[in-house]
Structure formats: C-alpha cells, structure tokens
Design a protein around this ligand. Structure first.
Ligand SMILES: Cc1cc2nc3c(=O)[nH]c(=O)nc-3n(C[C@H](O)[C@H](O)[C@H](O)COP(=O)(O)OP(=O)(O)OC[C@H]3O[C@@H](n4cnc5c(N)ncnc54)[C@H](O)[C@@H]3O)c2cc1C
Ligand code: SF4
Length: 573
C-alpha cells in the first residue's frame, strides 16, 4: 500500500488521552492527524428508542458502527465507547484527582503489584490545566428547585454523615449554569455552537441520560472541547478510520524515521457525516506516516494494537498486556428505601434516581479508614426516566392487586349499565406507590483492586486473563460498605453480578501498556515513550500501572498532558 501523506504527529483514538494530546500538539504548531474508528455524535444525535439502539453498538463485522463497545471476557465484562470523543460521550462526567497516598511504589521484582513512576505533585499542574479547560461545575444543591429537591443527593449526604465518612459533590464536566449566570436548566450556552459539529449547547436539564450521550450539549465532551480546539488550530480529524498496523518507516539510508500507520476506513459509516470529519479519500485501505505516533485507543485498544503489531515492533516490553485492572468497579442497587416520619411511622423514601445527572455525589473510604487498607469511592448513580418505567414493571402485579376493588367496581358498573365517565382516580391508583422505581437507586463503587489481569491475543481474538480472587478482600470491604450505605439510606442492598456469577463488570478498565522506568516491567517510560521504539508513544488509560481509584479519566488526561510536554520537546530536536 502506498504511503500517501506525512504528518508531524498521528494520534490514534479520541478519548481523554488522544483528544488532549491532539490539542496540545496542534497548539505547539505541529501538523496533526487524528484517526478515530467511531463516528461523530453531535448533541441531538444520541439514540433514545429501541429502534435507534439496535444499531448503536460497535460491531463492524455486522455493519454496525454505533457508540457502545461491549466485551465479555472470562470473568470480566467491559463497557467502552467508540466515537469522536471516546469515553467522554457516555461517561458520567466525574473529575476526581487520584489520592496522593495511592501513587504507591511497590517492588515489582519482589511480588509487588504497583509501582507509580510519577507523583501527585508532578501531575498537579496537568490536572489544573485540564480542569481550566473543562470548567467543571459541582451539582448546585444549594440553588433553588429543581436543584434543591434532588432527593438522591441529599440522601447520599445524610447517609455519609450517619456513616461518619466524607461526602463531596464532585466536580462534573457539566454546565449547570452558563458563564456568569445562575444555574437554570435548558438555557442556551453563549458561543456553545462554536464546535466541530456547529451544534448549539444548553445547560443541564437534569434528565439522567449522561451515560447514553447528552442530547443537549450540557456535557463538556471532548469533541466539544479539546478536539474542537485542535481542529480550529489545523488538526485533521478523520472519523470512521480504524488503525490496524504500525511499523517503523525507513529512510533510503536504512535508518528508522517515524512510523507508517495503516488504517481501514469504514466506508459504510461515512455517509451521514460532514467532510471536515472524514478522510478526503474514499479508499478503504490507507497508509500515512509521521515522525511521532501516539496510541490513545484506550486500555483495550492500544494494548491490542501493540500485541497485533509485535512482529513489526520487536523491542516491545515483555510486560505488554499485563497490569490490567478493573479499577475495582462494583455495581449495586439499593431498593425499598424507607424513612421514619414525624409520628414514628415508616414510609417510602423516594430517591428518584432519574432526577439529575447520573452521578452527583461521592463518598470516600480512604486507605486509612478502609478495613482492607485499599481505598474506594461510593457514588450515587442515576438512570434515565425510561429505566424507572422498567423498574416500575416489577410492582405492576402488586399495584393491580391493590387497585382490584376499583377495577372490579368499574367492571360491575359497566355490566350494570352505569357509566362513571371520570376515570382519573382509578388511573392514578393503578400506579400504586411507585416505590420499586422511585424508592431505589443504583450505586457505584470503585477503587484499588489488584492489577492482575493480562490481555493477550488468541489468533485475532482478544482475551483477558483476570480474576477477582486476589482482590477478594477489597471486594468484601466494598460490599460491606455498600451494605452500610444501603442501610443508612433505609433500604436493602441488591449486589453486583460478581456475587452471583463470579463475574465483574467495569466501565473503567486501565493498564496493559503500563508505565515503568524498567522496560521489563512496563511498556512505556514515565513520559509515555514506548521503550525501545523512539517516536512511538502511548497516552491513555492503558499506561496506568495500577488502578486509579476514583473515576480515572481526569488522571488519564493529566498524564497525557504531561506526556505532551515531552512530545513537544522531542519534536523540537
Ligand atoms: C458508562 C460510563 C461512565 C463513565 N463515567 C466516568 C466518569 O464519570 N468519570 C471518569 O473519570 N470516567 C468515567 N468513565 C470511564 C472513562 O470514560 C474512561 O476511563 C476514559 O474514557 C478512558 O479514556 P482513554 O483515553 O483511555 O480511552 P477511550 O476514552 O476509551 O478512547 C479510546 C478511543 O479510541 C478509539 N479507538 C480504539 N481503537 C481504535 C483504532 N484501532 N483505531 C482508531 N481508533 C480507535 C475508540 O473508538 C475510542 O474513541 C465512564 C465510562 C463509561 C463506559
Ligand atoms: S443530566 Fe441530561 S442534560 Fe444533564 S448532562 Fe446528563 S444527559 Fe446532559
């Protein structure tokens, strides 16, 4: 295949690592090509109906080029995104910095699991820079209704107090208020339309649909922030372009000079998108080159690319694929929440999980307070209103039974020829007390499991050897705290599939191309440079040498920003 174009830098993937890197390199005046396998998803285009969802999965082998990418390994299910903006399109917006006490330095040669070759102090300026760009806001619980009436957020705070644990309203990459204005739902964000899609943005409508993609542009997704800035500065953004091969480029004198990147265009997915977000060529197989190539295809994506290209990149570390962590993710539900009324009577406690963004609060059990000495976070998780309708189905038989007298009376009236034309009371009665959908809430926990997973290729199939067994103490601790949280919320805990199926599910996979000073222990050095292959970099969740602990995207972005400093310096030589 002929190598057509040459760039200073090629960035593969547009999640937190890729988008930030592309922006920084474009700001430094580099010619940048960004390759993203998924499609653009402007606000307003995210699927909401079953009809739309049926093609909203990433399965190119079935000509489906949608947003959700799902994996079912032996003991771990993984949920990812595919699209311009990567995981930011479906994430829950939480931006928490990694606890400084968890940048641990264990001796890997002596059976340790994690050795972080960077410190929190070194990352601090990079966190600050990304924060200034994303302008996160905390859920404005003190503002008048509808914010003040967020029952789930109040309940989390009260439960944390009862458990004697700190609870914060974490910074969220969501606009509740336009700049200089008070929070108000659905207000236009001035200048919001200045993005790669040209789509207007408005403030958060508290609809709980963040994990399906925000149709209002209230989330500061990376296509609307970093990638728009990179594009304004001249970076080329090509979607529907899936990278397959990476090989050193050779000059005529035989010396290595950058890399050739081969990619496949998903031609069938291009039709609906504007030319400035597509490859100008309609060839299916393409090859381009650059002096610097930055892999930012995510923990699974970058590890897989390197595993598949090992023959062309012979000096890759033997540690490739190792140190995979599920970031300690654990999903649960609290159901049947009750509270004692003023007269001592017990009544339902309605948490209304669909009211507000998906996550509004975070309780931290730190390393000192944790019984297993590994810290974790407990967060409320909302869900779209249609999920409440699904949960409501559970109580329909009981509601109908309770409304039986009214129903029978209505039928008898009909048989007797008596007509009561006003049926509103009966209709309301048939909804019962709606406690199955409203006196409940999904809960999310995450933290420091042991990064003992290993990704490998079996032919073309990606496999993950991972087991929760070494992290059992950690999961037991988390389950115990979730039980206490459920009790403090007045409800019962319905635990994660991990308990029933010995399988975990994660939305935060990290590792696979871990950072390490010693190439025997990690794929990249502490500046993201692939050991043994100058000019090749990795900048995404795969470089974590262990779990981040809290939601990882902020730390991924901070590390990518640090790596970008080195890329810029390297490009100047
Ligand atoms: C439902 C959900 C909620 C979440 N909530 C939060 C949260 O509140 N806070 C938080 O910090 N984190 C959250 N996360 C996790 C967060 O989204 C990820 O940690 C983060 O996106 C990882 O960033 P990344 O740069 O490593 O890669 P990704 O964001 O995964 O991006 C990788 C990109 O590379 C593309 N790609 C892959 N392979 C190729 C290829 N061969 N060629 C071209 N492109 C390729 C992918 O399509 C994707 O766009 C959530 C995740 C999910 C699924
Ligand atoms: S709650 Fe709704 S409007 Fe607000 S950020 Fe989430 S999806 Fe967007």
């Amino acid at each position: 295949m002929a190598v057509g174009e040459h760039f200073d830098a090629i960035v593969v993937g547009t999640g937190f690592g890729g988008s930030l890197t592309a922006m920084r390199l474009a700001q430094a005046g580099r010619s940048v090509l960004v390759l993203e396998r998924g499609q653009p998803h402007p606000p307003g285009s995210f699927a909401r109906t079953p009809y739309e969802m049926r093609t909203n999965f990433w399965a190119p082998e079935r000509a489906s080029y949608g947003l959700f990418d799902l994996w079912a390994f032996d003991s771990l299910d993984v949920i990812l995104a595919s699209g311009l903006g990567g995981g930011s399109l479906i994430y829950a917006n939480v931006m928490i910095r990694k606890d400084e006490r968890t940048f641990v330095r264990e001796d890997l040669g002596d059976g340790g699991y994690e050795d972080w070759p960077v410190t929190r102090a070194e990352l601090e300026p990079h966190y600050d820079r990304f924060e200034a760009l994303q302008k996160p806001q905390r859920f404005p619980l003190d503002a008048p209704a509808p914010y003040a009436s967020a029952a789930k957020t109040h309940a989390m705070r009260e439960a944390a107090t009862a458990m004697d644990l700190p609870c914060e309203l974490p910074p969220l990459a969501v606009a509740f208020a336009a700049e200089g204005q008070a929070p108000a739902p659905g207000r236009a964000i001035p200048g919001g339309e200045q993005n790669v899609h040209g789509t207007p943005r408005s403030t958060c409508r508290l609809c709980g649909e963040c994990d399906l993609g925000c149709n209002y542009g209230a989330k500061s997704t990376l296509d609307l922030t970093c990638l728009s800035e990179a594009w304004r500065l001249g970076a080329e953004l090509r979607t529907c372009c899936e990278v397959r091969t990476i090989a050193p480029a050779e000059r005529r004198d035989g010396r290595a000079d950058g890399y050739v990147v081969g990619y496949r265009q998903h031609l069938a997915a291009r039709a609906a998108h504007p030319a400035h977000l597509l490859d100008h060529s309609e060839q299916e197989q393409r090859a381009v080159s650059a002096r610097q190539v930055v892999l930012a295809a995510g923990a699974l994506g970058s590890s897989r690319l390197l595993l598949a290209n090992r023959a062309s990149l012979p000096r890759l570390s033997p540690a490739l694929g190792t140190r995979m962590s599920a970031n300690g993710d654990y999903l649960a539900l609290v159901r049947n929440c009750r509270v004692n009324g003023e007269n001592g009577d017990s009544r339902w406690r309605y948490l209304q999980p669909s009211h507000g963004p998906v996550i509004t609060s975070s309780i931290h059990v730190d390393e000192q307070s944790s019984r297993c000495a590994r810290g974790y976070y407990l967060q409320d998780a909302g869900a779209p209103a249609f999920a409440e309708w699904l949960w409501h189905e559970l109580e329909v038989p009981a509601d109908l039974w309770r409304a039986r007298r009214g129903i029978v009376r209505a039928l008898l009236d009909r048989l007797r020829g008596r007509r009561d034309t006003h049926r509103a009371a009966l209709a309301g009665e048939m909804f019962g007390d709606a406690h199955d959908s409203a006196a409940m809430m999904p809960l999310l926990a995450m933290g420091r499991d042991l990064p003992n997973g290993r990704l490998r290729l079996a032919g073309e199939r990606l496999e993950l050897d991972w087991s929760e067994a070494p992290s059992r103490d950690y999961y037991d601790c988390v389950r115990e705290s979730l039980g206490e949280l459920a009790a403090a919320l007045g409800g019962e805990l319905v635990a994660d599939p991990l308990d029933r199926r010995r399988r975990a599910v994660t939305v935060h996979p990290v590792g696979g191309c871990a950072m390490a000073v010693d190439p025997r222990h990690g794929v990249v050095d502490p500046w993201g440079r692939v050991h043994g292959h100058p000019g090749l970099w990795v900048a995404d969740g795969s470089v974590m040498p262990g779990p981040v602990g809290p939601n990882p995207s902020f730390t991924i972005a901070a590390l990518a920003d640090r790596f970008a400093d080195a890329m810029i310096e390297d490009g100047e030589r």
